[in-house]
Design a protein around this ligand. Structure first.
Ligand SMILES: Nc1ncnc2c1ncn2[C@@H]1O[C@H](COP(=O)(O)OP(=O)(O)O)[C@@H](O)[C@H]1O
Ligand SMILES: [Mg+2]
Length: 227
């Protein structure tokens, strides 16, 4: 476990070192080349920061009781805004996002929820879907709200989970394809953190493949009616 994280940090740190040494040694006059080297250094520094932040967040989750900070949201507005964000970050792939909300309550009132944690669960799931879904693919987010729970399903038209991964994807540091995933600070914590946060909200989460192919994650959260 520690070995795998050390390995994930070692690669960007070695790149930073290599490029910094070149900057010192080569007396680069070419401004463009100089800038390119600095860009690489910055990009890899960001990767390191991302990994360290993940580790810190995870040890917080493991070590201390987690407080829920409730605030009031309108679930439809919230998911619509999130989808706009997801479209923005995946615009190179021209993915289609589909949002389907069924609110069974009469009053369609607001819900009280820890928005930051809910958002993190959504991000960890949908960012995986974006990653594993090829250009022009589809990501469907379905949401049902009843009197005390929110049920969310995210399905994509990507590769789906490898059969051997399905029972492990929520484990800490589990990565299906280790060679691909250490890029961009993907260290196998996304779904582990999502599961923890869902459980803190008194919910359950599961992963499965759609019949026609593609991955699905389904979870539910208890929400408060007032705080
Ligand atoms: N939408 C998806 N489609 C296919 N495989 C997925 C999807 N989401 C997650 N996985 C698999 O589950 C593993 C664990 O996911 P995650 O915990 O987010 O870790 P990471 O993204 O760092 O690899 C991934 O490495 C991948 O093998
Ligand atoms: Mg992930």
């Amino acid at each position: 476990m520690v070995e795998s994280l050390a390995h994930d940090l070692k690669t960007p740190i070695s790149i930073i070192k290599g490029y910094a040494e070149s900057l010192l040694d080569d007396c680069i006059d070419d401004k463009l080349k100089f800038k390119k080297y600095l860009d690489v250094i910055l990009e890899n520094t960001d990767k390191c920061i991302k990994i360290v932040k993940m580790m810190l967040f995870m040890s917080e989750l493991d070590d201390s009781p987690v407080n829920l900070n409730f605030s009031q949201i309108n679930i439809k507005d919230f998911l619509t805004r999130k989808i706009d964000e997801y479209k923005q970050i995946s615009k190179d792939k021209s993915l289609n996002f589909d949002l389907d909300i069924l609110d069974k309550r009469h009053d369609k009132a607001m819900v009280y929820i820890d928005v930051q944690k809910f958002e993190r669960v959504m991000d960890n799931i949908v960012i995986n879907s974006i990653r594993y879904t090829p250009e022009l693919g589809m990501i469907k987010i379905r949401c049902n709200v009843d009197e005390d729970k929110i049920y969310i399903t995210v399905c994509d038209s990507g590769s789906g989970f490898n059969q051997k991964d399905l029972t492990h994807v929520f484990e800490r540091f589990y990565r299906g394809d280790v060679s691909r995933s250490s890029e961009d600070g993907h260290v196998g914590l996304g779904l582990y953190i999502a599961k923890k946060l869902v459980e803190i909200h008194g919910g359950k989460i599961e992963a499965y493949n759609r019949e026609g192919g593609g991955a699905c994650i389904k979870f539910d959260l208890k929400y408060e009616k007032s705080v």
